[in-house]
Design a binder for this molecule. Sequence first.
Ligand code: C2E
Ligand code: CA
Ligand code: CA
Length: 243
Amino acid sequence: AELAIAVRRREFVVHYQPIVELASGACIGAEALVRRRHPDGSLESPDRFIPLAEESGQISAITDMVVELVARDLGEALRADPDLHVAVNFAADDMKGGRLLQMLDRTLAREGIPARQVWLEATERGFMDLDSASATISAARRRGHAVAIDDFGTGYSSLQYLQTLPLDALKIDKAFIETIGTASAKSAVTLHIIEMAKSLGLWTVAEGVETQAQADFLLRHGVDCAQGWLFSKPLPAGQFLAY
Ligand code: C2E
Ligand code: CA
Ligand code: CA
């Protein structure tokens, strides 16, 4: 009930984490990350309310609000720079049926933002219903959106998703990036994930990159892009544009 009130009062803001091309060091885009802003100004992490929103059927209202905020915050920058993109997170519910794409079409057309500059991120949970996920992804790609599989390697990873779905990019979860340079078993898996993504022709984006040693390793092994505290924390829109 408290979340419903927050949704009604639109108590949400979006922060933007720069996505950096490893070879050039250039910022090529950002991931939109939602926060709840309480009336006292404090920010609440999405890990605390997104799962609740998914369970209680309120996620689509939050998704719509995030897309509205992204269009308002970054519309001008996206129209000015066709090479800039913004990646938005979508929940499992969003990936079912045609609602999401109708909403995106409407909002982006109104703001004059090309679909090509808005990337869709969904986790494996969003792909469990293979048929409807496949239909949504194909329809999104026909419009020009790029689609990434998020948090790859966590949860119930099924290689079937990678083989069956027409994806553009794979985001390597920070759980794997953390192990770079350590002797853990996961560290060996990281290289296999990179190789697999490459052989499937997918773009790779590493998440949670905190050290230069990790960035060097990823560049050496052909990972395309990275995001993480090494480059920048998620920033309010104005600070992201300055970055
Ligand atoms: P995610 O999509 O995996 O987003 C990456 C998370 O890693 C973000 O947490 C980001 O702040 C954090 N992070 C980035 N760089 C580093 C780093 O170098 N080190 C460490 N330790 N962490 C780093 P955040 O913003 O708290 O978001 C948490 C999760 O909430 C997201 O995970 C995503 O699953 C979900 N989420 C955020 N915004 C939305 C949204 O608009 N819609 C939906 N459906 N889910 C969202
Ligand atoms: Ca994400
Ligand atoms: Ca992720």
